[in-house]
Design a protein around this ligand. Structure first.
Ligand code: SF4
Ligand code: SF4
Length: 107
């Protein structure tokens, strides 16, 4: 499992760099401005902390076969106290799972 940062969406806010517990993401200046970049994608253990902090859903998570999602990608959109987990399958079907962050641990 791993993440990919979509540079075209990234606005260089730096929230992901602060969220990553492994300090795996840095900000780099380039021709299209400051963008987030993962240092070494193999070091990412897929905790999703960076994705939850990104305000523009610029970080995608690749779901491997071990998670039943070969070829699928996932992004997270935060809205108030809800997380919307958008999954795009390899056949382009889309699924959205909404989690209420304030009540997620009650069960
Ligand atoms: S998924 Fe977790 S470990 Fe991987 S880059 Fe994001 S915050 Fe760091
Ligand atoms: S949180 Fe999102 S928009 Fe902000 S720097 Fe990271 S990838 Fe870019």
């Amino acid at each position: 499992m791993s993440i990919r940062i979509h540079e075209d969406r990234c606005i260089g806010c730096g929230r992901c760099t602060e969220a990553c517990p492994g300090n795996l993401i840095l900000l780099q200046d380039g021709p299209s401005g400051r963008k987030a970049k993962i240092r070494e994608v193999r070091d990412c253990w897929g905790c999703t902390a960076c994705m939850k902090e990104c305000p523009v859903s610029a970080i995608g998570y690749f779901l491997g076969a071990d998670l039943g999602g070969s070829g699928s990608t996932m992004t997270i959109h935060k809205e108030g106290h809800y997380y919307h987990w958008h999954i795009r399958k390899a056949d382009q079907q889309e699924v959205t799972i909404t989690i209420d962050r304030e009540n997620a641990n009650q069960y």
